[in-house]
Design a binder for this molecule. Structure first.
Ligand code: RFL
Ligand code: PHB
Length: 391
């Protein structure tokens, strides 16, 4: 089999790239290790930057997003028992949209199906070959048969634990990494959101986040150990801890309801440079990870694949290689901005366990400054709503 771009991974990066390429008349094959249902059901991101909403709309995938997405003009930062609203729209003219990654994934799967171009799920033993040059090949097993896909380019969209990044010869890329001494325990609850906007909370007991998915579903997180055993957390204990952390002095607290899903995720900052080796281009979580406190991961993935689609389109239209050569640098500028912001939000709001009383006072002083200075609020708002993707 032959295609122009072989896409490894059918998550948001892979399928969004596939659709962007389709619109440019470029053929692709998507190879995904998991089943379609598994990829859709994974509970992950919830916040789309304005730029990602604009991109989805520009490529004809904005209809359900516009109908069902919840537009938020502000967020709340809570500490010492008080919520402080940051009006991002007033400060930047832009907003965010709450629309689950599951929904984005459904829209992308449907769009891909409508193009008639192939996506293969549950592929196994995928390996990359000859990608230092310009005739790369991908070998894999599908339905108990071995296959080889010849292509012009490979897009490594296979997430942090995928095979593309580790296939790059040692010494050709540099990894920058930081891990954090905490994780997030997240739940999805059948309960109407008690606030119209997100609440990021600092407490002496650790960080907590109030978010949502729809008018009937609340999404909540609490800081926990990075290797926390979810079995130690029956639902009552989770609610007890969430209510302790999130309840504010004015009596606001999240509504309690049946827990639909729960899980623990670790926190990591990671970047590989460059995001390219020969004809292999890494995009999304395959190239970088941010801690979720800045809500940036999915948005960065969208920005990467947009840049890549434009570079591939220029190559196929006029043989230009300059945009392909600039791909990594173009993406890395945004990536490092988001890394800085995600690290900052994370460090400001979590307790690392080895801080002393000074560090806690300093965190509170930072939160006080952030929520009382228009300049500080504008800086947060500008980064949180994100920078344009289509440009
Ligand atoms: P994905 O989603 O991991 O998809 C990669 C796909 O590749 C497949 N794969 C393979 N396929 C073939 N062969 C192989 N050998 C393969 N190995 C892997 C996998 O099965 C998978 O389907 O990466 P992608 O597409 O780059 O998308 C990235 C986003 O999923 C991620 O950045 C976000 O979920 C991060 N994130 C958030 N991002 C935001 O922008 N806003 C948020 O509010 C937000 N909240 C979050 C988050 C991530 C979280 N977790 C679970 C880490 C909240 C959480 C809790
Ligand atoms: C979510 O709704 O899942 C969510 C929101 C904001 C974040 C991270 C996750 O920073």
């Amino acid at each position: 089999m032959r295609t122009q771009t072989g896409i490894v991974g059918g998550g948001p990066s892979g399928l969004l790239l596939a659709h962007l390429l389709h619109l440019e008349g470029i053929d692709s094959v998507v190879l995904e290790a998991r089943s379609e249902e598994y990829v859709i059901e994974r509970v992950r991101a919830g916040v789309l930057e304005q730029g990602m909403v604009d991109l989805m709309t520009a490529i004809g995938l904005g209809e359900r997003l516009r109908r069902e997405g919840l537009i938020h003009h502000g967020i709340n930062i809570s500490f010492a028992g008080t919520r402080h609203r940051i009006d991002m729209h007033e400060l930047t003219g832009r907003a965010i949209t709450v629309y689950g990654q599951n929904e984005v994934q459904k829209d992308l799967n449907q769009a891909r199906r409508a193009t008639g171009r192939p996506t293969f799920h549950e592929v196994e033993d995928l390996t990359l070959h000859d990608f230092a040059g310009d005739s790369p090949r991908i070998r894999y097993r599908h339905r108990e048969e071995d296959h080889e896909l010849a292509c012009d380019f490979i897009a490594g969209c296979d997430g942090f634990h995928g095979v593309c990044r580790p296939s790059i010869p040692e010494g050709s890329c540099t990894a920058f990494e930081r891990t954090y001494p905490y994780g997030w325990l997240g739940i999805l609850a059948e309960a109407a959101p008690a606030s119209e906007e997100l609440v990021y909370t600092w407490t002496e007991r650790g960080f907590s986040l109030f978010s949502m998915r729809s008018p009937t579903i609340t999404r909540l997180y609490l800081q926990c150990a990075p290797d926390e055993d979810i079995h130690r957390w029956p639902d009552e204990k989770i609610w007890d801890e969430l209510l302790k952390r999130l309840t504010t002095r004015d009596g606001w607290k999240p509504n309690v309801g049946p827990v639909l899903q729960k899980g623990v995720t670790g926190m990591r900052s990671f970047v590989v440079e460059p995001m390219r080796y020969g004809s292999l281009f890494l995009a999304g979580d395959a190239a970088h990870i941010v801690p979720p406190t800045g809500a940036k991961g999915l948005n960065l993935a969208a920005a990467d694949v947009y840049v890549l689609s434009q570079a591939l389109a220029a190559f196929y239209k006029s043989g230009r290689r300059d945009l392909l050569d600039a791909y990594s640098d173009t993406c890395l500028r945004r990536v490092w901005r988001a890394q800085r912001f995600s690290w900052w939000m994370t460090s400001m709001l979590h307790l690392s366990g080895d801080e002393n009383a000074f560090d806690r006072r300093r965190q509170l002083a930072e939160l006080d400054y952030l929520t009382s200075s228009r300049a500080a609020m504008t800086s947060l708002a500008e980064n949180y709503v994100g920078f344009p993707i289509i440009g």
